[in-house]
Write a protein that binds this ligand. Structure first.
Ligand code: GLU
Length: 424
């Protein structure tokens, strides 16, 4: 099989450094002592596994897998597993730390972790993906568990992979443990509302921020980068709330329609077109980079890391950025956005809807009970609205951006709990 190694992205800022530079600002404002600073910034555990997997051709390929547990101070560590050819340790380290801050900012009792396998899932068969997922779970089963480390989907993985993780973990421990992983299929203990949860959280964050900025949803124009699980759900839910979605995009390019892209049609098209928007005629074809610079009120980057950088931040016209993706804005772009008066709802708050409903899935599994979608949505909306207001008030109190305020809320919480728990 073999996949083509994508060219490295030039001038990409190191995501771990981006995370640390915000952490440092918040730690300074909080007056964090050196010892707590060192404990909070250092990942608890970093595991690399090499996974020999037989491909359909009969050839054995060795895949590199990672699991990084950044923190378990607040509770068992929580975070997705990413399948992508560009997976690397610095990225997973940053993503794991972001999970710690995300869970802390929304006040759920989890620490942070992230996993990844360097592979190209688009070029792998179901059988190959299953063997790879099982090999990864088997290699890590002593680390995973409903009270220790709980995976979930991330880029390149979904409910089928989570079902394999749950099954392989259950075999390893000799009993069915569905709370060991979240984002599972509904019939296997998944939660109602989990599929749309991240997009729904983006919608809640967008409306909360628009209220503060006094932007009327029915007069607002919005561009959304990324049309995967997060971007497409966010598009649909924001359209339902009255926003005009002028542009959407995926790896095939961006599609612009001044009057608004018909999101239901776009989703239908993508579903019948092997998951891509390639050839979609509901909008004029533009470049993905152009989408970020459109004259809109709201911009939702819901695809990759590091798309808003010091190179293009100055050209952004949106008044509000809501980060559906993890790490879409590099630290070097932060001040440019602040200087331009653009409000950015940071990833660790804006996309926290996913892990919120993961938390509900874990609770339901442990109770052996199922919640209605109304209960799931009502409770997750409340958690996200409260977290938004808390971050917003913290930003006013310290006269900082929402991003730094979110780090302040998160670090303060983890530091306080660390002090109570203590150490050696
Ligand atoms: N991968 C998602 C995230 O980055 C979800 C994590 C989870 O549900 O544990 O937030």
């Amino acid at each position: 099989m073999g996949y083509i190694e994508p060219a490295p992205i030039k001038d990409k800022e190191n995501p771990f450094e981006s995370m640390m530079s915000r952490f440092n600002i918040a730690a300074e404002i909080l007056g964090l002592d050196d010892q707590t600073y060192n404990v909070l910034k250092s990942p608890v555990k970093q595991i690399i596994v090499n996974l020999p997997v037989t491909l359909d051709s009969g050839r054995v390929e060795v895949f590199e897998g990672h699991r990084i547990i950044h923190s378990n101070i607040l509770g068992p560590s929580k975070g997705g597993i990413r399948y992508d050819p560009n997976v690397n340790i610095d990225e997973i380290k940053a993503l794991a730390a972001w999970m710690t801050w995300k869970c802390a900012v929304i006040d759920i009792p989890f620490g942070g972790a992230k996993g990844g396998i360097k592979c190209n899932p688009r070029e792998m068969s179901q059988g190959e993906l299953e063997r790879l997922t099982r090999a990864y779970t088997q290699a890590l089963h002593s680390v995973l568990g409903p009270d220790s480390d709980i995976p979930a989907p991330d880029m390149g993985t979904g409910q089928q992979e989570m079902a394999w993780v749950m099954d392989e973990y259950s075999r390893a421990v000799g009993m069915t443990v569905n709370a060991a992983v979240t984002g599972k299929p509904l019939v296997l203990g998944g939660s109602l509302g989990r599929a749309e949860a991240t997009g729904r959280g983006v919608m809640i964050s967008t409306l909360s921020a628009m209220e503060k900025l006094r932007i009327n949803p029915f007069q607002a124009r919005c561009a959304i980068q990324g049309f995967g699980n997060v971007g497409s759900w966010a598009s649909e839910l924001l359209e339902e709330r009255g926003l005009t979605i002028c542009a959407i995009s995926d790896i095939s390019g961006a599609y612009y329609n001044d009057k608004g892209v018909d999101i239901k049609k776009a989703i239908e098209y993508r579903n019948g077109n092997k998951g891509t928007l390639e050839g979609f005629n509901g909008g004029e074809r533009i470049e993905n980079d152009e989408l970020l610079l459109l004259d809109v009120d709201v911009l939702v980057p819901a695809a990759l890391e590091d798309v808003i950088t010091k190179k293009n931040a100055d050209g952004i016209k949106a008044k509000l950025i809501v980060e559906g993706a993890n790490g879409p804005t590099s630290a070097k772009a932060d001040n440019i956005l602040v200087d331009k008066g653009i409000m950015a709802v940071p990833d660790i708050l804006a996309n926290a809807g996913g892990v919120t409903v993961s938390y509900f899935e874990w609770i339901q599994n442990r109770l052996g009970y199922k919640w209605t979608s109304e209960r799931v949505n009502r409770r997750s909306d409340r958690i996200l609205k409260d977290a938004f207001n808390n971050v917003y008030n913290t930003a006013i109190l310290h006269n900082v951006s929402l991003r730094i305020a979110a780090y302040i809320v998160a670090i303060d919480k983890v530091a306080k709990i660390y002090k109570f728990r203590g150490g050696y």
